[in-house]
Design a protein around this ligand. Structure first.
Ligand code: DLL
Length: 436
């Protein structure tokens, strides 16, 4: 362990593999018993598979358990999968979901405390302590970002400023006046803020040292860009409301993968088609089983997030397994003329060009005469946009680089600065007009 970091919980963060497996096994056996007895959905699913709680003796039996999908949550909306009496629920969180029903997750007080603990661990991974001032511009509400950062901040005794997103000038004023040392927000909003702070000539007036960013996929190039503008160290935090919002995993100061709080959430990486486990280092779908959740425990929840895992001990000393930075979700991936395309690939190309080319982009997928077409709208600087010659050259350069990176010809549409809608929460990067 590095002497300058304060750790909340070395016991769990650095536990040996055998000890951890014993703990996870004990917790899994208990979880399975609780859901079998209290959640008719799981009683039926397990009966369909011919599995009884007594068949689950430890973590090695996890493959016998049924999967849970987002569809299952929707079909049991809002509280059909609750495992405790209604009066034991102290909070609901969820996703706003742009289509269909919300995903609603009930939490008991112990669930909220566990969430605070996981988030507290994550914040200390970034070196934050009770001396820090955390400016939180994740949204507060059903979305877990704002409250999650807040609970973690309280857990470590830091001061939290509950701003939510929006009104960037006011954000800058408060960050400067209150002396924020950390910001917590989506990476896309962090970059908006960073550019606004730079444009206001306020970079040197800030005391910022750390950024805690997640809730959407982002690239290493994006990390460098935010870090370079603000002179801070950025961390990638992952979570989903079905588990506990932010705090499921986060990268430490080694920045070599995100450590999973695996005493709370047991991870599997499975082939998305065969559902068989893939080996360390291989990409697959991340599937989680909650080990301590009371309000709504979930067995083998299919996140649709694509990543790989390593169980090797990190240089930081933690034994918690690490997942690689997310490439995207299975449902963010667009198949265009047979080629898989993720928004993060486009982001990498644009940020690698830099200069007049901004990172503000939108992918638009259309189908005409049975042929799919990808158009990438990109904002360039005002100076470049004013010159037809420069615009043409930039367009050609982006198209060539995208073709090389994606293996696909792409139409590039150069647009004026501030054309593409800025995100305050999760950025919308793709519009798919195909009726698939
Ligand atoms: O986004 C929780 C969160 C809030 C995480 C703040 C980090 C920071 P949901 O709204 O339920 O919860 O969305 C969960 O967001 O399945 C991923 O697809 C995506 N996601 C979350 N964190 C990351 C990340 C919150 N660091 C869904 N990298 C997840 C890539 C992420 N994708």
């Amino acid at each position: 362990m590095k002497a300058d970091e304060i750790y909340l919980d070395q016991k769990h963060e650095c536990m040996s593999a055998d000890e951890m497996e014993a703990l996870q096994s004990e917790r899994l056996v208990d979880t399975v018993k609780r859901v079998y007895e209290n959640v008719p959905f799981y009683t039926e699913k397990m009966k369909e598979l011919g599995v009884e709680p007594g068949d689950i003796k430890g973590i090695e039996d996890i493959g016998k358990l049924p999967f849970t999908t987002k569809e299952d949550l929707r079909n049991n909306y809002p509280f059909g999968l609750r495992a405790v009496p209604a009066e034991d629920i102290v909070r609901v969180q969820g996703t706003s979901g742009t289509t269909g029903k919300l995903t609603i997750i009930p939490y008991t007080q112990n669930d909220v405390d566990a969430w605070a603990e996981c988030m507290g661990r994550c914040l200390t991974m970034a070196g934050l302590t009770r001396k820090d001032i955390i400016h939180v511009c994740y949204g507060y509400g059903l979305f877990t970002g704002g409250l999650g950062a807040d609970y973690g901040g309280q857990r470590i005794g830091a001061m939290c400023v509950p701003m939510s997103a929006g009104n960037t000038q006011r954000q800058i004023m408060c960050m400067e006046d209150f002396g924020a040392t950390a910001i917590a927000c989506t990476p896309s909003y962090a970059l908006n803020l960073a550019e606004a702070i730079q444009a206001a000539g306020k970079v040197d007036a800030m005391k910022l040292k750390v950024g805690i960013h997640g809730a959407e996929p982002w690239t290493e190039e994006m990390r460098s860009k935010i870090e370079n503008i603000l002179g801070i160290e950025c961390f990638d935090i992952y979570g989903l409301c079905e588990m506990t919002g932010p705090g499921v995993a986060m990268d430490c100061r080694e920045h070599n993968g995100l450590h999973i709080n695996h005493d709370y959430f047991y991870p599997e990486i499975l082939d998305p088609v065969t559902h068989e486990p893939v080996g360390d280092g291989e990409i697959g779908e991340l599937v989680f089983t909650t080990l301590m959740k009371e309000g709504m425990p979930l067995l083998r929840y299919r996140t649709k997030d694509l990543t790989s895992i390593t169980h090797a001990t990190c240089e930081c000393g933690r034994t918690m397994p690490r997942i690689s930075k997310f490439k995207g979700r299975t449902d963010d991936m667009k198949v265009i003329r047979g080629i898989n395309v993720f928004p993060t690939q486009v982001e990498t190309v644009l940020l690698s060009i830099g200069g007049d080319v901004s990172n503000h982009y939108l992918m638009i997928v259309d189908r005409t005469d049975n042929r799919d077409n990808l158009t990438v709208q990109v904002e360039v600087s005002a100076e470049a946009y004013a010159s037809a010659e420069r615009t043409r050259a930039i367009k050609k350069q982006i198209a060539a680089k995208l073709k090389q990176a994606l293996g696909l010809s792409v139409d590039v549409d150069i647009v004026a600065p501030e054309t593409i809608q800025r995100s305050e929460g999760k950025a919308k990067r793709v519009i798919d007009n195909r009726k698939l």
